[in-house]
Design a binder for this molecule. Structure first.
Ligand code: FES
Length: 289
C-alpha cells in the first residue's frame, strides 16, 4: 500500500539532489515548550508557484553551517499560501532551527518519499490516532480530507499527549472539535489539575471510542510506545494489518535511498516510505519500536 514514488517530482535545486532550495520563515508557533511549527515559503517565486507535494511526504531542512534533518511537511497541499513543518528540539539541528525567527533563511530539499494513499482512503471511514508531535504528518492528511470532505466517510480522531502542555496544534484540535462532521477525542495520560477532559493512554481511549473496522482505515502516528500498543488495540477492534497505516521518520539522512541509513528490514524508510501499512512492517516493528 502506498509505496510508489516514481511519479512525484522532487524539485532538485540546480539539478543537484543534495543542493537545497532557499526558504524563508514567515511565522513561528510555539506548540509546546519543546515543539515549534514553522510557516515558510520559497525565496524563488517560480518554485513557489510550481512546487507540489502530497500529504505524508517529507523534506530535509537545513540550518546553514549546522546541518540538516528530515521532517514531514505538516501543512496540507490543499492550502497553498505557505508550507509548514513542526519539530521537537532534540539535537544540534533542531536546536539551531528553534533559534530561528521570522525572516531567517533555511535550506529545503524535497519533497521525498511516498504519501498517504488517497486513492485507497477515498470513500472510507477514517480513524486518525495520534500522540504528541506525531500529529504533524496526520494533520496534513486531516486538513486534506476536511478540504475534500464529500470524498470520505466518517472521521474519528483520537489524539493524546502526556500532559495538557504537551498537546500540539491546539488550534487544529479546537477546529476539529467544533467541526460537526468529526468525532474528536483529546486525552492526556494522567489526571492533571489543568485538565477536565478525557484521561487515559491513547490505545486505551481508542478502544473505548471503539471505531468500527467496517469500510475503515486507521492512520497512526506517535511515539514508539504509543504505536506499539495502538496496533494491537486496533486489531482487537477488528482492523486487519492492511487497514492500519503509519508513517515513520526514523534515522533518515540523505532522504533519497543512497546512504542506507534508514532501513527497516529490507525497506528504506526514505524511499519505500515513510508511509507504510502495518502489514508491510509488522515483522520488523517490534524490534525497531
Ligand atoms: S536516508 Fe539515506 S537511504 Fe534512506
Amino acid at each position: 500500500m502506498a509505496t510508489d514514488t516514481a511519479q512525484r517530482p522532487a524539485f532538485p535545486a540546480g539539478g543537484n539532489v543534495y543542493l537545497p532550495h532557499i526558504a524563508v520563515i514567515e511565522k513561528v508557533i510555539d506548540e509546546t515548550p519543546a515543539v515549534k511549527t514553522f510557516h515558510f515559503n520559497f525565496k524563488d517565486e517560480k518554485l513557489r508557484q510550481e512546487f507540489t507535494f502530497e500529504s505524508g511526504q517529507f523534506a530535509e531542512y537545513s540550518v546553514f553551517g549546522v546541518g540538516e534533518a528530515p521532517f514531514c511537511i505538516s501543512s496540507s497541499p490543499t492550502r497553498k499560501d505557505h508550507l509548514e513543518f513542526a519539530m521537537q528540539r532534540v539535537g544540534k539541528v533542531t536546536t539551531a532551527l528553534h533559534r530561528l525567527g521570522v525572516g531567517a533563511e533555511i535550506g529545503f530539499r524535497g519533497p521525498y518519499g511516498n504519501c498517504f494513499p488517497l486513492d485507497v482512503l477515498q470513500g472510507k471511514n477514517l480513524v486518525f490516532v495520534g500522540g504528541g508531535i506525531g500529529l504533524a504528518p496526520l494533520r496534513s492528511l486531516i486538513w486534506n480530507v476536511v478540504d475534500n470532505r464529500d470524498s470520505y466517510g466518517k472521521i474519528d480522531i483520537v489524539y493524546g499527549a502526556r500532559t495538557p502542555a504537551d498537546l500540539c496544534f491546539q488550534y487544529d484540535l479546537d477546529a476539529w472539535a467544533k467541526d460537526g462532521s468529526i468525532g474528536m477525542v483529546t486525552t492526556i495520560d494522567r489526571e492533571h489539575p489543568d485538565w477536565s477532559g478525557t484521561v487515559g493512554l491513547v490505545p486505551k481511549v481508542l478502544e473505548e471510542v471503539g471505531p468500527s473496522p467496517d469500510n475503515a482505515v486507521a492512520i497512526v502516528c506517535g511515539p514508539p510506545i504509543m504505536i506499539r500498543f495502538t496496533f494491537p488495540a486496533l486489531a482487537k477492534l477488528g482492523f486487519t494489518p492492511e487497514q492500519m497505516i503509519t508513517t515513520l521518520e526514523k534515522r533518515m539522512k540523505c532522504g533519497i535511498g543512497k546512504c542506507g541509513r534508514c532501513n527497516i528490514g529490507n525497506l528504506y524508510v526514505c524511499r519505500d516510505g515513510p508511509v507504510f501499512s502495518y502489514a508491510q512492517i509488522k515483522d520488523f516493528i517490534s524490534s525497531e519500536h
